[in-house]
Structures are given as structure tokens and as C-alpha cells.
Design a protein around this ligand. Structure first.
Ligand code: NAP
Ligand code: GLV
Length: 329
């Protein structure tokens, strides 16, 4: 209340915060990432924290900001309170032996959900409206209409209704496609017909023609898109994989395109990245590929989110996006 306005509570809280963050040690270990802008951004967001790039033998830190760190990093930094992954997917991280007490925190959204929504809507609409066909027509100097297609003939199934999948399903629903959603636990999302758990997976597949994959890669979901499952989609199926390459059995997709059951695919992720030279996906007339770019980590938004969560953990508060290692995501 007003009587507190002259009481220096705020100042002393800030001073305590500064004292705490002065003691906070952060180590940065991100493969394929330019460290300097991250260090600068974290230093601005967490004044007083000691932030440095990890190297073998570096002193023990409290918190780590990581992407695909080596096992040696984990073995040496055994006293970490938390690991902040600078992506949504933690499959690579969970393959390592982690310090058992360390929380694993994934990025949640941080600007990725809107990117995923635009990428997937673009792919669905490009296929549904036959833009490739019109592009070829225009290039050939041909002015010709294609018969309008019914969106009721193009039900879209979104596998994974988490931070990204829910946003994608809601965005697609705006275009009046019938939307099916598949998750491990029950969901209620406006405009989305929800299918839950392994026992409803078959019903989800047979109700869908376009399949969008936004599952995390776990032992349960590896190879989830294969000859059998893709074969259950409605004829003229279209596959959009924006999660992880190991979700898709690549030769099964190629065989189903050859057989005509699958009309084509848009793929952003691959079993081996970069996609090896000479791979059948390069130059395939029915496959569109992009270089793992559908939802990029945005540095400023990610730094702000990570710094906010580190400060919250220091205050003993709960944070969103804590991974359950036993569940795999
Ligand atoms: P998330 O919030 O953890 O959501 C995961 C969803 O998958 C949840 O709905 C979960 O069900 C469901 N799920 C997990 N295991 C399942 C199973 N066995 N059966 C059925 N449903 C299952 O993850 P997110 O942030 O949306 O990200 C999803 C993935 O996208 C990431 O793991 C990453 O691999 C990928 N990704 C790719 C890019 C790119 O640029 N290509 C960028 C970012 C992320 P519950 O809701 O019931 O738990
Ligand atoms: C990128 O693929 C991510 O997991 O954020």
C-alpha cells in the first residue's frame, strides 16, 4: 500500500538480487553457435553474473546454456543446478549422461511457434492450392485453371500438440481445414478433433490425409512415420516433417510416393544433416526440402527467456519447460 512507498523494500530486494546474481556462474557450451553475442546478451540480462565459454578444465558453474555439448562437458560440470537447452528438442542432450540433480530446461516457444505455424501453413496451402502446378504453367506461358479442391477432402493430422503443435493446429484451423490432433495425454483445442495415446493412433491416421509431425524424438516416437503408418493415411497423402529426421523411415516414404499413395512431402529435418550429397531427396520432383530452418532459435527472445528462468530458479520459483528425462521430452 501507499505506506510502503517510502520504505526501501524495492531497493534492498534489488540489491539482494544483484548480490545473488554476482555469485551466479554461467557456462556456455553450444556447438555451431557464435558465442560472443550470447555472452553479451546474457551479461546485459543478468548483471553481475560471471559468464564464460566452457573449455576443458573450466571451473564449476551453476547454470549452463547448451546445444549438443560433448559428454566431457557433462562429466566435468557435475554440480550444475540446471542446463538450458537453446532449442525446443532435447533428444541430443538426453543421449548424454547428465548430472542427476541438474534440471533440463528446454526453450518454450521463444518465437518458434509463430515460425512453425507459418512454415506448416505455407506447406499445406502450397500443396492444397497446387501452387507448384501454377508455377509450372506460368513458366510455360500457360493460362489455365485447375478445378477447385474441397478442403473437406484434405483433413490435416497434427502429431504432437505441445508448444509448437498446438499453435500449428490452431493456425491451420483458421483456414477451415478439418484438423485432427494426436498427443499422449488428452487435449481440448477449439477446432481440433483430439486423438489420445497409442490406442487412438490408427483412428487418427485413417482420419487424416495431410500429416504434420511435431512430436519430440523419444524411444517411443522414433521411426513413427513408416510404410505401415503412412500407408494408413488417406490416398493422396501429404507428409510434412518439421520435428526430427529419425521420425521418418526415408525409404518407406520414397516407396509410398512411387506407389502413388503419397502425393509428396515437405521435409525440414533429416536422419543425417546436412542432407548428404546424392541423397534421393535432393531434386526429387515431389519432395520439397529445407535445411532444418522451419523454426529457428531467435537469440534475443531466447536470452530473455533463459535469463528470466535462471533468476526465477535462484529465487526458488517454478519455471516452465522443465524436461522429464524418463519421458524423453
Ligand atoms: P512439446 O511442447 O514437448 O510437445 C510435444 C507433444 O508431443 C506433446 O503434445 C506430447 O503429448 C506429444 N507426444 C510426446 N510423446 C508422444 C507419444 N509417444 N505419443 C503421442 N504424443 C506424444 O514440444 P514442442 O516444443 O512442441 O516441440 C516439438 C518438437 O519439434 C521438438 O521436440 C523438436 O524436435 C522439434 N522442433 C523442430 C524445429 C525445427 O526447426 N525443425 C524447431 C523446434 C522444434 P502431451 O502433450 O500429452 O505431453
Ligand atoms: C530445433 O530443432 C529445436 O529443437 O529447437
Amino acid at each position: 500500500g501507499p505506506s510502503c512507498s517510502s520504505f526501501p523494500l524495492r531497493d534492498s530486494t534489488q540489491r539482494q538480487g544483484a548480490v545473488r546474481s554476482a555469485a551466479m556462474k554461467i557456462t556456455f557450451c553450444c556447438t555451431d553457435t557464435k558465442a560472443e553475442p550470447w555472452l553479451q546478451g546474457l551479461a546485459v540480462a543478468l548483471p553481475g553474473a560471471e559468464i564464460s565459454v566452457w573449455q576443458p578444465g573450466a571451473p564449476q558453474a551453476d547454470y549452463a546454456v547448451v546445444w549438443a555439448p560433448p559428454q566431457q562437458f557433462m562429466d566435468e560440470q557435475a554440480g550444475l543446478k540446471a542446463l538450458f537447452n537453446i532449442g525446443a528438442g532435447v533428444d541430443a542432450l538426453l543421449k548424454l549422461r547428465l548430472p542427476p540433480q541438474a534440471l533440463v530446461v528446454r526453450l518454450d516457444d521463444a518465437g518458434m511457434a509463430v515460425q512453425m505455424a507459418e512454415y506448416v501453413c505455407h506447406a499445406v496451402i502450397r500443396h492444397f492450392r497446387e501452387f507448384d502446378g501454377y508455377e509450372a504453367d506460368m513458366a510455360a506461358g500457360r493460362w489455365g485453371y485447375r478445378k477447385p479442391r474441397l478442403r473437406s477432402d484434405f483433413p490435416v493430422g497434427v502429431m504432437g500438440l505441445g508448444v509448437l503443435g498446438e499453435r500449428v493446429a490452431r493456425a491451420l484451423a483458421q483456414f477451415d481445414f478439418p484438423i485432427n490432433g494426436y498427443s499422449r495425454t488428452p487435449k481440448a483445442i477449439d477446432g481440433v478433433r483430439a486423438f489420445t495415446g497409442a490406442e487412438q493412433f490408427n483412428d487418427f491416421l485413417v482420419a487424416s490425409r495431410v500429416l504434420v509431425n511435431l512430436l519430440p524424438l523419444t524411444p517411443e516416437t522414433a521411426n513413427v512415420m513408416n510404410q505401415d503408418t503412412l500407408g494408413r493415411l488417406q490416398p493422396g497423402a501429404y507428409v510434412i516433417n518439421v520435428a526430427r529426421g529419425a521420425h521418418l523411415v526415408e525409404e518407406d516414404l520414397l516407396a509410398l510416393i512411387d506407389s502413388g499413395h503419397v502425393a509428396g512431402a515437405t521435409l525440414d529435418v533429416f536422419r543425417s544433416e546436412p542432407l548428404p550429397a546424392g541423397h534421393a531427396f535432393w531434386n526429387h520432383p515431389r519432395i520439397t526440402i529445407t535445411p532444418h530452418t522451419s523454426a529457428r532459435t531467435l537469440r534475443d527472445e531466447s536470452i530473455a527467456q533463459i535469463a528470466r528462468k535462471m533468476a526465477a530458479l535462484e529465487r526458488g520459483e517454478a519455471v516452465a519447460g522443465i524436461v522429464n528425462p524418463a519421458r524423453g521430452y
